[in-house]
Design a protein around this ligand. Structure first.
Ligand code: G6P
Length: 610
């Protein structure tokens, strides 16, 4: 999704802006651009289709020196990826703007501005905003006032950063529905859509609230809230190490993040578990009272987070005996639903900025749910700020578009939540102790699975020349199969479908032949015997099976069956551990196929538009 970086400094900012864009590459984009104000008081703009490296080459040929500037990576929404549609957009020669989000009434504004004589050189909604601000600048003669007046006419979601050649010492920025942070420096200040973009220059951040508009100068930041009142926003330190956004010794961010899992799962548990119990207070001072009242749980999420929600449903119903529904946010927000009394609304999101999830939350807050709980990885994100109760996953920044550690830490947080809820709903102390102890073993078990890396890499060779694949799981392993299939299709572009194994003979069996590898997760739970008969059904049709099975499940490698033995795991925590070999499998297949592992085509890390 689009990324914004900006800087007001005494030093040359071109390098800072380019590095910021590089650090936002992981979010997905199709073109990049930058505008700076040079010493002669003119705006210099460079824009290129493709990677930030292409923009860097263009700037190497024709540098853009200046102490103030804005930059952008664009993910096309209005108009194809092209140089003329890339940001920054300008109105005349004196005003430049970058924008994330979507302006819903842009057509109407465009017609109006065109009638007033403004010329358009792109198909974007952003150029409309540039002209609108320019129009108000003519009367206001002040950039802050012009931006304030212009946003009064906008409908939609946006984060904007605006630069005017006649006001060479300030950037004006605002947000409504799209994230924007201010990076606080010494004698210089920065802005970005994501803190990671600014880590080389600062670790102190101010998160703007919805409706805020800010005047950013080298030595001063002033903010007005949506009512035009002066507002103070806290400055917080970035809590993860500076190396969070570096690949370190790894070839790809995805591989680094897969290997971080034992450590981050431990962090998710920190302060929330004793050796034998869940510390309910760690979920918030209000948590106990709230969980006592909850009679239903409604989970909402998108993508990988949705799969985490599907696993949580098995846990919540099995351990807490509380009915639970799970729905993708984009569906939930557009249908009528019956809300049972005392239903907890639970949003799961890595980024906390997914447009559909936020829209569902905002709708839910008006519709009579008992409370809204967020499971999220990004502190200060919109989801975190707008929910009543929050469980942070503490996975640290996840850069690879394919989600790995975000998913397993979401599962860990959701299991801790389930135990707290179950305690109010008849879970025996003995069972709580058993599951907490099982959870404590998960980091070690994940590390054991990571040690199988070389074997899984070998297995991956069987997938490289295939066009289709099938993933099977039963019970809480069905969402794990869904997640495994999503991983493979996202990064290797091999068509992958997942089914609950019991559904095999209701359709997908028709597809099975020697060209269709079938991947199965088989922990040693009470469904393993049934799963074994499903495997026989595949084998009888000439299908090649790849089975990740518990050492004790008695599934053996033989003709047509490749078995990868996984250490014994408690059935409740098995979905966390069994996710990991599937991550490694998809990673190695993608590497062998030579795809862009960290930035798969057409996908974005965080989908902040509908
Ligand atoms: C995008 C990402 C996925 C992610 C989904 C939901 O599609 O590529 O990895 O699972 O959005 O994102 P969220 O940040 O809400 O978990």
């Amino acid at each position: 999704m689009c990324g914004i970086v900006g800087a007001v400094s005494q030093r040359d900012v071109e390098g800072i802006l380019l590095e910021g864009l590089r650090r936002l590459e992981y979010r997905g984009y199709d073109s990049a651009g930058l505008a700076t104000l040079n010493g002669e008081g003119n705006i210099h703009r460079a824009r290129e289709v493709g990677k930030v490296a292409a923009l860097a080459d263009a700037l190497a040929a024709q540098p853009s020196p200046g102490t103030i500037g804005i930059a952008h990576t664009r993910w096309a929404t209005h108009g194809e990826p092209s140089q003329s549609n890339a940001h920054p957009h300008m109105s005349g020669e004196r005003l430049a703007i970058v924008h994330n989000g979507i302006i819903e009434n842009y057509q109407e504004l465009r017609d109006q501005l065109r009638a007033e004589g403004y010329q358009f050189t792109s198909q974007t909604d952003t150029e409309v905003v540039a002209h609108l601000i320019e129009k108000f600048y003519r009367t206001e003669q002040d950039l802050f006032k012009a931006v304030t007046a212009a946003i009064g006419q906008l409908r939609g979601a946006y984060a904007l950063a605006v630069l005017h050649a006649d006001e060479p010492d300030r950037l004006v920025v605002c947000r409504e529905g799209s994230p924007l942070v201010i990076g606080v420096g010494i004698g210089e200040n920065f802005i970005a859509s994501d803190q990671l973009a600014l880590l080389p220059v600062t670790d102190r951040f101010m998160v703007l609230e919805e409706g805020d508009i800010a005047d950013i100068r080298r030595d001063q930041i002033s903010i007005l809230d949506r009512n035009g009142e002066p507002a103070e926003r806290d400055v917080n330190r970035f809590e993860h190490g500076q190396d969070a956004a570096d690949k370190g010794e790894y070839r790809h961010f995805m591989l680094k993040e897969i290997h971080e899992q034992p450590a981050v799962i431990k962090t998710t548990m920190e302060g929330r578990l004793t050796d034998s119990h869940v510390l309910e207070q760690a979920l918030g001072t209000e948590a106990g009272k709230l969980l006592e009242d909850v009679r239903h749980v409604q989970i909402i999420a998108c993508g990988t987070s949705y799969h985490a929600g599907m696993v949580a449903r098995y846990w919540i119903e099995e351990l807490a005996g509380v009915p639970c529904s799970v729905e993708v946010a984009s569906e939930f927000r557009y249908r009528k639903h019956v809300i049972q009394k005392d239903t907890l609304f639970l949003c799961i999101s890595q980024s906390g900025e997914t447009a559909d999830t936020l829209a569902a939350l905002r709708q839910a807050k008006k519709s009579g749910f008992r409370a809204a709980l967020a499971v999220c990885n990004v502190p200060g994100s919109s989801l975190v700020r707008e929910s009543d109760l929050v469980i942070m996953t503490h996975a640290g920044p996840e850069i690879g578009v394919a989600s790995t550690k975000a998913f397993t830490t979401q599962l860990t947080a959701l299991l801790i939540f389930t135990l707290a809820l179950a305690r109010h709903n008849g879970l025996t102390e003995e069972k709580e102790v058993e599951i907490v102890q099982a959870l404590r073993q998960v980091p070690g078990q994940v590390a054991e699975v990571l040690a199988l890396d070389a074997d899984i890499q070998q297995l991956s060779e069987a997938f490289v020349d295939k066009n289709h694949s099938l993933f099977l799981g039963r019970g809480s392993q069905y969402p794990v199969a869904l997640e495994g299939a999503l991983r493979l299709k996202e990064i290797s572009y091999i068509h992958a479908e997942a089914y609950p194994a019991g559904e095999l003979k209701h359709g997908p069996l028709a597809l099975v032949d020697s060209e269709m590898p079938v991947v199965t997760v088989a922990p040693n739970n009470d469904l393993v015997e049934k799963l074994k008969s499903n495997l026989e059904e595949v084998r009888a049709r000439g299908g090649e099976l790849f089975v990740f099975a518990d050492r004790e499940a008695n599934v053996k490698t033989e003709d047509g069956i490749h078995v990868m033995q996984i250490p014994p795991v408690h059935p409740i925590t098995a979905p966390i551990v069994y996710t990991v070999p599937l991550q490694l499998l998809s990673y190695h297949v993608a590497v062998l196929k030579g795809t862009d592992v960290d930035q798969p085509r057409n996908l974005a890390k965080s989908v902040t538009v509908e």
